[in-house]
Design a protein around this ligand. Structure first.
Ligand code: URA
Length: 238
């Protein structure tokens, strides 16, 4: 694809279009090894090698971020009252068109993907895909074995909604891991509520085969390659 150099740079970095133009004028940018001479030069995004400050920029149509969502922020692009997951992105990762692919409750922590790729999010969230999500729940009391069978059988929520069969694993104490392939509103909390438990804390640790990176702390974000982001479409490791 052919693209203007300044646009190319600003789409792949935190620089605005204006800042990218300045970087070009300051001779911080090379195209195929030679300092770029004009901001509006057209480059071939597949064939040309562009560097900024000596680092190669590889064309990527969309961005995919892994966030360790902390408690206390909402999974929305904007909110008049609450802080959103986009508000906590570091400035260098901000871009137009970003949104959270799926939602976690305000008090739920863990793996959240932020992207500008609508098709990707649509595929991941499609009820027909049955992408498996794994959560660790801390309950108000120690769960008994019957929880495992109830999840396997498919739980009926308080309002009569029938959930697909899932998986529960007792982790000792008041903790349990659950895997579900749907994304109904407050689903895990409501499934446990139907069994007589209150979820005190909930963390998502995996989507498909994509695991929450143990090196991230709550509130931290890192870029993913498209290949890594696509791990959500591989079966979970359960
Ligand atoms: N289930 C819930 O109850 N809450 C979440 O945030 C995610 C799944």
């Amino acid at each position: 694809m052919k693209e203007r150099l300044d646009k190319f740079i600003s789409s792949l970095t935190a620089l605005s279009r204006k800042e990218a133009q300045k970087a070009i004028r300051d001779r911080r940018v090379t195209v195929n090894g030679a300092a770029a001479r004009a901001v509006d030069v057209k480059i071939d995004t597949d064939a040309d090698t562009v560097t900024l400050d000596g680092k190669a920029l590889t064309y990527q149509k969309h961005v995919y971020y892994m966030m360790y969502k902390p408690a206390g922020v909402v999974s929305a692009t904007e909110d008049r009252v609450e802080r959103t997951v986009l508000d906590i992105l570091p400035p260098e990762l901000r871009r137009n068109g970003l949104f959270p692919a799926g939602r976690l409750d305000k008090d739920t922590t863990g793996l959240l993907i932020v992207t500008d790729d609508g098709d990707y999010a649509h595929r991941m969230l499609s009820p027909r895909k049955h992408v498996v999500k794994r959560y660790i729940a801390t309950l108000d009391k120690e769960p008994d074995e019957s929880v495992v069978n109830s999840f396997a059988d498919g739980i009926v929520l308080g309002d009569g909604t029938v959930c697909r069969s899932g998986k529960a694993e007792l982790l000792g104490g008041t903790r349990a891991a659950v895997e579900i392939s749907e994304g109904k509103y407050h689903q895990v909390k409501r499934m446990f509520a139907a069994l007589g438990y209150h979820v005190e804390a909930l963390e998502r640790v995996r989507i498909g085969s994509l695991e929450l990176d143990g090196r991230l702390s709550p509130g931290e974000v890192r870029k993913m390659s498209p290949e890594e982001a696509n791990l959500v479409f591989q079966d979970g490791l359960a």
